[in-house]
Design a protein around this ligand. Structure first.
Ligand code: 4AD
Ligand code: MG
Length: 476
């Protein structure tokens, strides 16, 4: 039986076998305690044996990290800390873990150290809690969309277009890197490559997502996404998972309402279904906060913070209004922003966090950004200067969602794609949807890991994905 099931429903007196990894073993003359965890829940089960029940040779093999199957009778616990325990009748050791080499000891390890042993860190309380919450959030996302009439569209991983126009992509090629076929002008001849053209790993499923929305009305994607930007921050991965809903007939206001309803739903799902793991992470965070300066400590505990987001309306304002707020802030007047504030800038994380954490103290949706700092596909506002963009900003995270109403006018879209230097032959199929039954439509992308960061309270994105890919790091 899985430990989750035992703790929830097993009757005292029943005969049970538990299989899992040993967290600790305490040995005295008369009795041995073995704490076992199988990852099904944050809790261990304590197994107890009187002296002599387990023979000496087997007992030696049971150390922190070893894998065992323990059979026994479930009894009411004698000690404090757990309701039930297992009175051992027999033990089988599946795999030993040499105590001189096994790196996870029953003590607090730093997150940095655990990143170096990502193959073993799922066996810690912190990471198993994060992985279970990550699973619950993924499930909640599919449930939300399914219950609301969206279809899951599988968009390609390998693409010949650059959806975001940012040009920071990983090339996909089977050409000989040392000796590629060349054109007469010395450039690489990609016609000889596997797909007969230049291809990359996708930076977003949106463009294909829009094709789906122009047929099924409501779709979403949920897939791996790749960005070769060399940003070594606590919020960027080279490989992350993005969820991108796209909806025909939605205008920007509908898109904002979807983003708010969706995030509240999935966060609430975690509150309702991951209580034990969240309580564990909340305590972990409280410990971490103690080492911070008073003014850097967060005012709310983790669960309070999640509740707060679910219970309050997000603040909605335009980019232009946000710039006004930043310009009139004390921090700006005292010259304390690292990056200067002025209409037209791409907001930096420090600006976003000022708005969310200091000024409004709530999630914020910023809209109508200057067209020059946003992607080519966003719908132009009547003023010709801004676009119908929206970014959702969360406390502690900054940007968690980027989205927009899409330009649905063929000639405006063509003009804009030319202005930013996109080659028409790479997106002719995208442009054509504006010629065949075009319609107003909108969508957004939410970084899955940023959502998991917010819900778990973890400060570094490398700690919310099992095996992170970042510059110079793809070990596991
Ligand atoms: O704002 P972005 O670049 O928007 C798009 O890609 C659009 N195509 C979305 C759409 O409208 N369908 O990315 C969307 C979100 C960001 O808000 C952020 O949460 C996440 O993706 N993100 C990253 N997460 C981790 N590591 C990175 N390098 C990320 N880049 C973006
Ligand atoms: Mg963005």
């Amino acid at each position: 039986m899985q430990i989750k099931q035992i703790l929830a429903e097993a009757a005292i007196g029943s005969e049970i076998t538990v299989k899992g990894w040993v967290r600790t073993k305490r040995d005295s003359k008369n009795v041995v305690f073995i704490n076992i965890n199988d990852g099904s829940v944050i809790h261990n089960i304590q197994a107890v044996a009187e002296a002599g029940v387990i023979n000496e040779d087997t007992l030696k093999l049971i150390t922190t990290g070893s894998c065992v199957a323990v059979t026994g009778t479930l009894i009411a616990s004698q000690g404090s800390g757990q309701k039930v325990e297992l009175q051992i009748s027999s033990v089988q050791v599946y795999g030993t873990a040499d105590p001189d080499r096994y790196p996870l000891q029953p003590k607090k390890h730093s997150l940095e150290f655990l990143r170096e042993i990502a193959h073993l860190r799922p066996r810690t309380n912190t990471f198993s809690a994060i992985l279970r919450i990550r699973h619950a959030l993924a499930f909640a996302i599919h449930k939300y969309f399914n219950d609301n009439g969206f279809f899951y569209l599988h968009t390609p991983i390998i693409t010949g277009s650059d959806a975001e126009g940012a040009g920071e992509m990983f090339r996909v090629s089977t050409l000989d890197a040392k000796n590629p076929p060349l054109n007469e002008d010395g450039t690489v001849n990609y016609k000889e490559d596997f797909f007969g053209k230049e291809t990359n790993l996708t930076v977003s499923g949106q463009l294909e997502g829009e094709l789906g929305a122009m047929a099924l009305s409501k779709i979403y994607t949920f897939g791996p996404t790749f960005r070769a930007e060399n940003s070594n921050t606590a919020r960027h991965l080279a490989e992350f998972w993005m969820i991108e809903p796209e909806v025909a007939f939605y205008e920007l206001e509908d898109n904002m309402a979807l983003a708010e309803g969706f995030t509240k739903y999935v966060i609430n799902y975690a509150l309702e279904n991951c209580a034990d793991d969240l309580a564990f992470l909340e305590n972990r965070l409280k410990d971490e906060e103690k080492s911070k300066k008073a003014e850097e400590r967060s005012e709310l505990d983790l669960i309070q913070k999640l509740r707060f987001v679910v219970d309050n309306e997000y603040v909605k304002l335009t980019y232009t209004e946000a710039i006004q707020i930043l310009l009139s802030s004390k921090r700006h007047k005292e010259g304390k922003f690292q990056y200067p504030v002025q209409w037209g800038i791409d907001l930096q994380s420090e600006h976003e966090r000022y708005l969310v954490e200091k000024h409004f103290k709530k999630p914020v949706i910023l809209t109508n950004y200057p067209k020059d700092i946003k992607a080519f596909y966003m719908k132009l506002d009547d003023d010709g200067k801004t676009v119908r963009a929206m970014d959702v900003l969360f406390p502690g995270i900054g940007e968690i969602i980027g989205g927009s109403q899409r330009e649905d006018d063929y000639s405006k879209l063509l003009k804009r794609s030319r202005e930013v230097g996109i080659h028409e032959e790479t997106i002719w199929w995208y442009l054509e949807t504006r010629q065949f039954g075009t319609a107003p439509h909108s969508g957004f992308g939410i970084g899955f890991e940023r959502l998991v960061m917010f819900v778990t309270g973890m400060g570094n994105i490398r700690d919310v994905i099992p095996f992170p890919r970042t510059p110079k790091s793809a070990e596991f």
